[in-house]
Design a protein around this ligand. Structure first.
Ligand code: 1AE
Length: 414
């Protein structure tokens, strides 16, 4: 029996016959032409033919705000593509379902439903939420991640110092800034050696384990060897700019038996793909489903209330795609990020729950009492939110100067 992967599109057009358009897509992206084929050939080609599953037309609503979705004429179209047409890899599926079509008028790819057969070709992440928690020994609260800031042009002792202060604040993970590339001052192996040494020193004081996600960069052909050298130097996690390289490169790294450490996916470049209403790829597919399928253990994306924002329903849909049941695929940690400060923590917990990572750069380094206090303020904010205690009331108690000062600096979102 044939199995199919199903794509959902939103196509916009003021006049089009959407049923005809859907048939054109289903035929055009599979067998190319149908009506002209001789009957005998049709029998052979049937198993390769795309099928229109549904077409739901939405007419513009009177009085809708100009430019809003409701003001536009569009159709949600579902097309099933036979698995027999493409190999078991993300590039093949993307080119089938949204290759040429992505350039053909006002159309956005909303979703892809993978057949069991297609999904069986993927191992997903090696660690997932449970595996990362196991490495850290933390099971009862959201994790806290800190981001290096001011890294370009700095040398190893300077990065080590910055790392040490972040570690002292009680964070669980520290990630490189995504713009720190291979460079003579702080090549990845040297960076890893220096930062892991700082992590061990900090652990003596905090008693806390820590993962350092070192940014894996450079030419694709060199990534595997570079990752292995970083691991030999002590690396215990990696950061990867997935969209600049492609999902398949992430999959190669995640499946490599010698790269046995978690991979955090950075969303850099995603803004070129998801925000337009009428074009591109919807963010829950781009940063949720596909990241998880390709093997990300943690996925960063903009939050609904920081400095770089994304509509809340999209952020929740990304988190859902990373954690929903997906057969044998492990879950991935949602990491809503950008402009996060302690006053947002109750919102982050309410919206993303325990199985998420609170992540901040400026919200830690910019703490008036220093970077370590920045981490401590977040840990205190997490404790308060878990106890369902008002942040300001919690901060007013003795020993909570870090949180109190952070609230003075950034406020509390109400
Ligand atoms: C969505 C990615 C966020 C990110 O990578 C980053 O560096 C955030 O920094 P802050 O927390 O906004 O300073």
């Amino acid at each position: 029996m044939n199995s199919y992967c199903t794509a959902t599109y939103r196509a916009f057009d003021d006049k089009a016959d959407f049923d005809k358009k859907a048939t054109g897509i289903a035929v055009g992206l599979t067998v190319g032409s149908w009506t002209e084929l001789p009957e005998a050939k049709k029998k052979d080609m049937e198993k390769h033919l795309g099928k229109v599953v549904s077409v739901e037309v939405h007419e513009p609503e009177a009085g809708a705000a100009p430019g809003s979705l409701a003001s536009l004429r569009y159709a949600d179209i579902r097309i099933a593509y036979p698995d027999v047409n493409f190999s078991r890899d993300i590039p093949a599926l993307l080119v089938t379902a949204f290759g040429k079509l992505s350039m053909d008028g006002r159309i956005k790819l909303l979703d892809l439903d993978f057949s069991d057969e297609f999904r069986a070709g993927f191992r997903g992440s090696k660690f997932g939420i449970d595996g990362v928690r196991e490495l850290l020994g933390v099971h009862d609260r959201p994790l806290l991640m800190s981001i290096f800031k001011s890294v370009v042009g700095y040398d190893l002792p300077e990065l080590r110092e910055q790392f040490y202060h972040q570690a002292l604040g009680g964070v669980d993970l520290i990630k490189d800034d995504e713009i720190l590339f291979e460079n003579p001052l702080t090549p990845i192996e040297k960076r890893v050696e220096a930062c892991i040494a700082a992590a061990k020193e900090a652990e003596k004081q905090t008693g806390q384990k820590l993962l350092y996600a070192a940014n894996l960069t450079g030419r694709t052909s060199q990534l595997r060897e570079r990752a292995k050298r970083a691991i030999d130097a002590g690396a215990n996690a990696l950061l990867f700019n997935v969209l600049a390289y492609g999902f398949d490169v992430l999959q190669e790294l995640a499946e490599d038996p010698d790269i046995n450490i978690p991979i955090a996916a950075h969303p850099a470049f995603a803004g070129a793909m998801y925000p337009a209403l009428e074009y591109g790829v919807a963010s829950p597919l781009l940063l949720g489903k596909l990241m998880r399928l390709a093997g990300a253990d943690l996925v960063l994306f903009p939050s609904p209330y920081g400095s770089v924002v994304m509509p809340k329903e999209e952020t929740l849909a990304i988190a859902d795609a990373l954690r929903a049941d997906a057969g044998a695929l492990k879950t991935s940690f949602p990491v809503p990020s950008a402009g996060i400060h302690p006053g947002l923590v109750p919102w982050l917990l309410r919206d993303f729950g325990l199985q998420s990572v609170v992540n901040a750069g400026g919200g830690i380094h910019g703490h008036p009492l220093g970077t370590a206090a920045g981490g401590q303020a977040f840990r205190q904010a997490i404790d308060a939110a878990l106890a369902c205690v008002d942040l300001e009331a919690y901060a007013a108690e003795p020993g909570r100067e870090a949180l109190k000062t952070a609230i003075e600096r950034w406020g509390v979102k109400r």
